[in-house]
Design a protein around this ligand. Structure first.
Ligand SMILES: Nc1ncnc2c1ncn2[C@@H]1O[C@H](COP(=O)(O)OP(=O)(O)O)[C@@H](O)[C@H]1O
Ligand SMILES: [Mg+2]
Length: 322
């Protein structure tokens, strides 16, 4: 039992994923936001000391901010569930469905939401069938440009937009260096938007869509984390009709994937004004240039208040379950 009267929260950030730096920055931002509301915050990394320290001195709540594998695939939350510790955000099952892009797209498509046509190719299938023959077939069916991405991942690492057959091999190698399964998708030209959903205890609410206009061809790693390289519009420059449609889609995604607390779904609004679902995130970035904090601001909300409400709601939901 704590002798402090302040709420004690452990923010989990860092981890060994490719997105370690981003996670550290997200974690710092959340910690700061909670400290602004008088919360006693400890920041912890994913290491050998983490579980013993959580067991020896359990906090009131945990705020997982690891990105990438283990952080977003459900693993860390599975372990927190074993320890019966309350945490902010989605449960392991929802994480598993969401972190696997082809799986999430398949589930979301069943609700009638559009998502770019894809093929999912494990490395072995590629090798055994012959890369040339497989890529030829993809090219004939989809045409260029094509999007090649790891089936699991984040921060656009291993993602390429391919315009010619000559660029395909390099894109595949880059993709397979991040995951053993590739998704090859039809390229959707249009307006990229991210819609964050938060649930502060009264059910999920969609925040204003944030529009992303990268300097280069797409929203790649540099465009994300180099200040000034990407222009954002919050709210997005889309019609009321489209913004309502994409808000509804984000709420459907949040619900059908079983997400809790907060999530961010990414869409491209195509030439016909139709939102095409790209992916959803259980631990969306919280850095200075990240989309969810911008959406919170556009909604006239305060990041500290939202974080505190998420913590309180997680504690409440956990004690109701026990
Ligand atoms: N089908 C697509 N058509 C056009 N652009 C895409 C498509 N899929 C992804 N992109 C671009 O690539 C970026 C990264 O892809 P995404 O699937 O969101 O991966 P990550 O999980 O790494 O963010 C997107 O933000 C978008 O700019
Ligand atoms: Mg994305």
């Amino acid at each position: 039992m704590s002798t402090h009267s302040a709420l004690r929260v452990v923010v989990l950030a860092g981890g060994l994923s490719h997105e370690r730096d981003v996670s550290v920055r997200s974690g710092r931002r959340i910690s700061e936001a909670l400290r602004n509301r008088g919360v006693d915050v400890d920041e912890r990394d994913m290491d050998i000391d983490l579980l013993p320290s959580l067991i020896a001195d359990p906090p009131d709540c945990i705020f997982p901010m690891f990105h990438g594998a283990a952080g977003e695939d459900g693993a860390i939350r599975d372990v927190l569930d074993l320890l019966k510790l309350p945490y902010v955000g989605s449960n392991p099952e929802a994480c598993r469905l969401t972190y696997d892009k082809p799986l999430a797209k398949t589930i979301v498509a069943r609700t009638g939401i559009f998502t770019p046509e894809m093929v999912v190719l494990p490395h072995e299938a590629f090798r055994e069938l012959g890369a040339g023959a497989v890529l030829d077939a993809v090219e004939k069916a989809f045409g260029f440009p094509l999007v090649i991405k790891p089936s699991k991942g984040g921060s656009a690492l291993g993602v390429s937009i391919v315009h010619t057959a000559a660029e395909l091999p390099t894109a595949m190698v880059s993709c397979f260096s991040y995951a053993d399964c590739a998704v090859i998708e039809r390229y959707i030209a249009g307006t990229e938007v991210a819609v964050s959903v938060i649930d502060l205890g009264d059910g999920p609410v969609a925040l204003p869509a944030v529009e992303i206009v990268p300097d280069g061809e797409f929203y790649d790693y540099n465009a994300r984390y180099t200040a000034g390289l990407t222009e954002f519009f919050a709210p997005a420059r889309i019609t009321d009709d489209v913004s309502q449609r994409v808000a509804e889609a984000a709420l459907t995604v949040h619900t059908i994937l079983g997400l809790t607390g907060f999530s961010r779904s990414d869409f491209i609004i195509d030439g016909e004004g139709v939102p095409q679902f790209i992916e959803a995130n259980v631990a969306p970035g919280m850095t200075e240039t990240s989309l969810l904090p911008q959406a919170i601001e556009a909604a006239g909300l305060d990041l500290s208040e939202v974080c505190l409400a998420l913590v309180n709601d997680a504690i409440e939901a956990h004690s109701a379950q026990a």
